[in-house]
Design a protein around this ligand. Structure first.
Ligand SMILES: *Cc1c(COP(=O)(O)O)cnc(C)c1O
Length: 753
């Protein structure tokens, strides 16, 4: 049965006339039709099969993405048009899956798309969270967290007959397997995202996101990264991690059996990828299961090391997981002797106590276990890998130089260009043909057209129309009105001090005061923010409060509001990103150098014709190398300087604000105007932190930042030169396709085909 007939059949089974169907019903009909069609597709084949383990997969809405990959967008549009609606309207009824939160989860989702699109055999393995991280509510002027349910409505989850018993200390808990199908781009291939769930999940908490963290049986898959400020929360995270890897390892061995492969040759047929440290227990768990099935311990350790590879995502010390061995013995005691044995084996390889798996306090260092017992370890951008090798993991690098390698992150252009910016995708295809869709490096052929006035004008017109589209969406969603003639300046990412939204807030204060002093800019500026703060991260929530207060203060000041606007969009997720990114003029990538491992928001915005205003951090370095310094706005101290400042305790915020212009910007946070709008306690915390602590060195770069941003805004007025720069950025964005990243993973690590 073809696609259209399946959609019609679903509607008639539900007794709905297509013309009378609601958006919700049409969304369900399309979802169901696509799900059935993919179910019939053949699975990928290869020498080895990859299992990509990740605590999160931030997949985003899937209706349009799946239609694109199956080549059905035009047919869906035609079908819906006949019934008086559009794909955009129907798509708005799709809830975004709450299976991830930030860059790491989004990377895993882009990777799933690229693995399938390259025709590689590789499935994802994760957990089926019911309420996500949280849904962010900003209506009160600060962040409130609510559950973010998504499964209740029609979803992409396919129930499977598979269950696996996970042996916890308290008894067995059954893991039920759900799948989300992952079709490749127009190649007939379908891989799977395997998501494990408990059999009887708990209903959502009535208010807020607190729940009984001891009720493992029902709450294990309720939330992503449950609050770990108490012991029950930390134990719950260990429960989640073990549940995922134990069930995942059973699935792997089951598929080995089905294929008739001998288990002592696991490494020949399977590659396991550990995305950040959350799935690290898959190493001892696979060893445990292999030994239980008759493989010798020595052989099990050897083949598991050959099978597993690990990606490091951060050098922030507080983000590197460690668990007291006592926690593991309370959750999954069967792993304890195996981890102790791995520690003993690691100590035969090095006597350096700092590289041990189990430290003298009996704490397990998950990343250390990964490096010792994975065949490869990679960073996610050239600078990040260099910092791992030369400082953060230098001891490990000396021990295992051949394990270390770089895999600069990427994004799927199917979603982040064709999906969210179809007009730009069409313009590119009209200009250079469509080969870039399967080989993004072809985008460089746009460089032959940098002096084509018609193309530059068309590019400009598309950006303007995307800005209008964004403004209309925001007006409908939040009731705000935006001048589309303004420069759209965009900082959207998790809220963290290292990402320095607070520095951008200080810029806003500077600009506000500058305008009040009579310096009317040549064009209005709209500063967009969207960011979730971790629920227990007080200062991050305070920074959101500062932004909301500034937004209100400026909006209420008629002398400034025509020229400056701050828009804080609540509940940042993939859908919000897809609306904002095509409309961005300036891409804010202002993390403290050395702290952002890669970033992928920077790549999405570059590909959509925004210019990067950024530090020499993460993949920004590679972006600027590709486009040239004249086509980006770089500022701030280098990672070497920053690393040295940390090493020598050489940074004191006082040195920067005492007696300088910066002081009045910081003072403004607790000015009477601000205190009249906001909460004194919250504003004061931000104020005090900047003056006395400022761990992520906001004041180190603020002056250079303001200067560079002003230059960037001035350059925007030379429209012709600006648009040409955006074209050069788009032309060089091809390197950041996740197809390139995945081809490298396959070539250097997985060897799947
Ligand atoms: C791309 C993306 C991120 C990562 O953004 P960075 O700027 O790289 O931190 C986070 N969240 C969502 C929803 C994204 O789409």
């Amino acid at each position: 049965m073809n696609f259209e007939d399946r959609v019609r059949e679903f509607l008639s089974q539900h007794n709905v006339a297509p013309e009378a169907a609601t958006g919700e019903q049409l969304m369900q009909a399309l979802t169901s039709a696509l799900r059935q069609m993919q179910f019939d597709a053949p699975k990928t084949q290869g020498k080895r099969k990859l299992y990509y383990f990740s605590a999160e997969f931030l997949v985003g809405r899937l209706l349009r993405a799946n239609l694109i990959n199956l080549g059905l967008v035009d047919r869906a549009e035609a079908l819906l048009q006949g019934w008086g609606t559009t794909l955009a309207e129907v798509e708005d009824c799709e809830p975004e899956p709450s299976l991830g939160n930030g860059g790491l989860g989004r990377l895993a989702a882009c990777f799933m798309d690229s693995i399938a699109s390259l025709g590689l055999p590789g499935d994802g393995v994760g957990l089926n969270y019911h309420y996500g991280l949280f849904r962010q509510d900003l209506s009160q002027g600060y962040q409130l967290e609510e559950p973010n349910p998504w499964i209740e409505r029609e979803s992409w989850l396919c129930s499977t007959p598979f269950t696996f018993d996970v042996p916890f200390a308290f008894g067995n808990l059954r893991a039920k397997l759900f799948d989300i199908e992952v079709p490749g781009y127009k190649n007939g291939v379908v891989n799977r995202l395997h998501l494990f769930d408990v059999e009887n999940p708990a209903p959502a908490p009535e208010h807020g996101i607190s729940f009984n963290k001891n009720d493992i049986e029902h709450c294990l898959t309720s939330f992503l990264y449950p609050d770990d400020s108490d012991e029950a929360g930390r134990l719950l995270r260990v429960y989640q991690e073990y549940f995922m890897v134990c069930a995942g390892a059973q699935l792997i061995l089951h598929e080995m059996d089905e294929a008739g492969h001998p288990l002592d040759q696991l490494d020949k047929f399977v590659a396991v990828h550990i995305n950040d440290t959350h799935p690290s227990m898959v190493i001892p768990e696979l060893i445990r299961q292999l030994v239980a099935r008759g493989v010798s311990v020595d052989r099990a350790v050897e083949i598991v090391e050959n099978t597993c590879a690990y990606t490091n995502h951060t050098i922030l010390a507080e983000a590197l997981e460690t668990w007291p061995i006592d926690f593991i013995s309370r959750v999954a005691p069967q792993l304890v002797p195996i981890i102790q044995d791995l520690d003993r084996r690691a100590r035969l390889r090095t006597q350096n106590e700092k590289l041990a798996i189990l430290d003298k306090n009996n704490v397990v260092h998950m990343a250390h276990m990964d490096v010792h017992f994975c065949c490869k370890v990679n960073g996610v951008a050239a600078l990040h890998t260099k910092i791992l090798e030369e400082s953060e993991m230098h001891g490990f690098y000396q021990l295992y130089p051949d394990k270390f390698n770089n895999k600069t992150n990427g994004i799927t252009f199917r979603r982040w260009l064709m999906g969210c910016n179809p007009d730009l995708a069409n313009l590119i295809t009209q200009t250079i043909g469509d080969s870039w869709i399967k080989d993004a490096s072809q985008l460089e052929r746009l460089l032959d057209h940098v002096n084509d006035e018609n193309l530059l004008n068309a590019l400009d017109a598309i950006k303007t129309s995307n800005k209008k589209r964004l403004a209309a969406w925001l007006e409908k969603k939040e009731g705000v009105q935006i001048d589309t003639n303004a420069v759209f300046d965009v900082q959207i990412k998790r809220l963290h001090q290292y990402k320095r939204q607070q520095m951008n807030a200080l810029y806003a204060i500077w600009k506000y005061l500058d305008i009040k002093n009579g310096h009317i800019p040549s064009r209005p500026l709209v500063m967009f923010f969207a960011a979730k703060a971790a629920p227990a991260y007080i200062l991050a929530k305070d920074i959101i409060h500062v932004l909301l207060c500034l937004s209100k203060l400026i909006a209420n000041d008629p002398a400034v509001s025509p020229w400056l606007k701050i828009v804080v969009i609540e509940n940042y997720n993939v859908t919000v990103a897809e609306h904002l990114i095509p409309a961005a003029n300036i891409s804010e990538q202002i993390s403290l150098a050395s702290k952002e491992a890669s970033g992928t928001g920077n790549m999405k915005m570059m590909a959509n014709g925004a210019l990067t205003l950024g530090t020499q951090d993460g993949a920004n370095v590679e972006i600027v190398n590709l486009v040239g310094k004249e086509n980006a706005y770089e500022f701030g101290r280098t990672s070497e300087e920053v690393i040295k400042l940390y090493a020598t305790n050489g940074y004191h915020p006082t040195d920067f604000w005492k007696g300088s212009d910066i002081e009045r910007l910081i003072d403004f946070i607790v000015s009477p105007e601000m205190l009249a709008i906001g909460q004194s306690e919250s504003l004061t915390r931000v104020y005090k932190d900047l003056l006395s602590h400022d761990w992520f060195m906001t004041l180190l770069d603020i002056e250079d930042y303001i200067k560079t941003k002003e230059q960037c805004l001035a350059d925007f007025e030379d429209r012709h030169a600006w648009i040409k720069k955006t074209l050069i950025n788009i032309a060089h964005a091809g390197f950041f396709s996740s197809d390139r990243t995945i081809a490298e993973y396959n070539r250097d690590i997985w060897h799947l085909v």
